[in-house]
Write a protein that binds this ligand. Structure first.
Ligand SMILES: Nc1nc2c(ncn2[C@@H]2O[C@H](COP(=O)(O)OP(=O)(O)OP(=O)(O)O)[C@@H](O)[C@H]2O)c(=O)[nH]1
Ligand SMILES: [Mg+2]
Length: 230
């Protein structure tokens, strides 16, 4: 049912469809939010710290199964004095990315509060949640594994999918954002198909994009659709 709806949609409305999904990135100061976004959107890395003031955003263009699709990625400030400005931009987030520093375990403890603040501004169950450990290059494999045990526990409690990345080396960064785009795209498409009279998809079937692994632990190569970053 969903497949025939999708085929019909691609032949008709899909040609004119341009969907933008809002992604909000939150977490303590200095954890590497801006660096993560810059690695993905600009493929660069700056060793010097320049605190984000309030908020900033990037738009990243994708093409998924032949359709243009954009992620609007909001980079928020971790500094307490900017929290008030940043939180004004939490509303309407289809994806919330909660970031901590793998080399600073305290920042993991604060992720629940960041998530709570972001969720307060959004409809219940309307956002995908990710927990991302950054600066993987700074910790040994042993430390990383130990920290990840806690991180995976946190992720389960937060109903989030866990990923570890390094903006410095680029490890997992592209894979992570492709995963974000794939999930947000699929959800947008299902919502769009629901609105087409006589083309009611089976909600929950989720067969637009097939995932190979458990949703809680972030898979490395998990989309079977053609997903291109433009
Ligand atoms: N080694 C290493 N350093 C990183 C990585 N990611 C970020 N950094 C460094 O960590 C510092 C803070 O990074 P930012 O991306 O500015 O942190 P932020 O979370 O955006 O900070 P605020 O804007 O203040 O909230 C910078 O000096 C970065 O160069 C990483 O993956 N590896
Ligand atoms: Mg920043």
């Amino acid at each position: 049912m969903l497949r025939s709806s999708l085929e019909w949609f691609l032949k008709t409305e899909g040609k004119l469809w341009l969907k933008i999904s809002k992604v909000v990135v939150v977490g303590d100061l200095y954890v590497g939010k801006t660096s993560l976004i810059n690695r993905f959107c600009k493929d660069n890395f700056d060793r010097d710290y320049k605190a984000t003031i309030g908020v900033d955003f990037e738009i990243e263009r994708f093409e998924i199964i032949g359709m243009p699709y954009n992620l609007q990625i909001w980079d928020t400030a971790g500094q307490e004095k900017f929290k008030c400005i940043a939180s004004a931009y939490y509303r309407g987030a289809q994806v919330i990315i909660t970031v901590f520093d793998l080399a600073d375990i305290q920042t993991l403890d604060h992720t629940k509060q960041w998530l709570e603040d972001a969720l307060r501004e959004n409809e219940p169950d309307s956002s995908f949640i990710f927990l991302v450990g950054t600066k993987k290059d700074l910790v040994s494999d042993a430390v990383c594994e130990r920290t990840e045990l806690d991180a995976i526990r946190f992720a389960k409690e937060m109903q989030a999918e866990y990923w570890s990345v390094s903006a410095k080396t680029g490890e997992n960064v592209k894979e992570f954002f492709f995963r974000v785009a794939a999930l947000a795209f699929e959800q947008s498409m299902i919502k769009e198909l629901e609105n087409i009279p006589g083309h009611r998809p089976q909600i929950g079937a989720g067969n637009l994009i097939k995932l190979e692994k458990n949703i809680i632990e972030g898979p490395k190569d998990n989309t079977q659709v053609s997903l291109n970053c433009c």
